[in-house]
Ligand binder design. Structure first.
Ligand code: SF4
Length: 289
């Protein structure tokens, strides 16, 4: 019989292969609850995710991405730029294919109207030129001693070039906006700065490695606000140490459960995990099984 003490919330059984890559998402999952990391990245269990859980955010990302891609293509080919119909169409395709119910889709379409309009206003007001969207990166990370290497990978929502030649990184967020202090400490932005500083992000037009970002920011889609911040060399170095420490623990298969009601409530393994602290109602109503 499996127990939470000897499996850390994971089902007992033969060890599965460890991932060869880490990402901001896997790192933050591990730091939040190592057992959740084990479920998702080692055991690769599907978990319970209802279609509506991330549908709006994904559709908004798809719409922004389509619009900026069209902007880049128009600029490079001297064609007319995208307009409100471009972004509305991209959102519609994404949300209609999300698997949500008709009522949910209607609600999301209503919510999206002002969100897309504010994005277009922000595009109009920006003096940055988009370099790329959904830019993939990968950097090798040496582990201390004879620990070998890991690889840190990810995708950056958007990178722009400033009029002075500097580059800026932007990540889109749906949901409540966060304070300047929160954005200053945001780990995802530090992860992206780390990738740029390590030369892991390339300009799609030239293939050249992009430089360290002059600034990084989060665009909060609902209010249409961007909160900018910067990342120091010390912050970037500290991120590298944090990453290598996590990888070392992952390689030791150190996956204890870290139950907390607020965390377990939204965990996709709340009905599977033996250590779950999700409220019964949460597991029953949101779990769907
Ligand atoms: S239910 Fe809670 S303890 Fe279990 S894996 Fe998820 S976050 Fe961790």
């Amino acid at each position: 019989m499996k127990t939470t003490s000897d499996t850390g919330g994971l089902p007992a059984g033969a060890p599965s292969d460890l991932p060869r890559y880490e990402s901001y998402s896997s790192l933050s999952t591990f730091e939040g609850c190592p057992a959740r990391y084990g479920f998702r990245y080692v055991e690769r269990l599907p978990g319970i995710v209802t279609p509506s859980q991330y549908a709006f955010g994904k559709a908004i990302h798809a719409a922004f991405e389509a619009f900026v891609r069209a902007r880049i293509a128009a600029r490079d080919s001297w064609l007319p730029g995208p307009d409100a119909a471009t972004i509305a169409s991209a959102f519609g395709i994404a949300i209609d294919g999300s698997g949500c119910t008709a009522d949910e889709i209607a609600r999301y379409r209503e919510r999206a109207g002002p969100v897309l309009a504010r994005f277009l206003e922000a595009e109009e007001a920006s003096d940055g030129e988009p370099i790329g969207v959904e830019l993939g990166f990968g950097v090798d990370v040496d582990l201390p001693g004879d620990g070998g290497r890991s690889r840190f990978v990810g995708y950056i929502d958007r990178i722009d070039r400033r009029p002075d030649g500097g580059v800026e990184v932007l990540d889109y967020k749906t949901g409540s906006p966060r304070s300047q202090a929160d954005v200053d400490a945001d780990l995802q932005l530090t992860a992206y700065a780390f990738a740029l500083v390590r030369g892991g992000v390339r300009d799609p037009a030239t293939g050249a490695a992009l430089p360290a970002p002059a600034r990084v920011g989060l665009y909060f889609a609902d209010p249409g606000i961007t909160v900018w911040t910067r990342r120091s060399a010390d912050q970037v170095a500290a991120f590298g140490e944090r990453l290598t420490a996590a990888v070392r623990r992952i390689r030791l298969r150190d996956f204890p459960a870290r139950p907390a009601e607020g965390r377990c409530r939204w965990c996709e393994y709340r009905t599977t995990c033996l250590a779950s602290a999700a409220p019964a109602a949460s597991a029953a109503t949101r779990g769907g099984s």
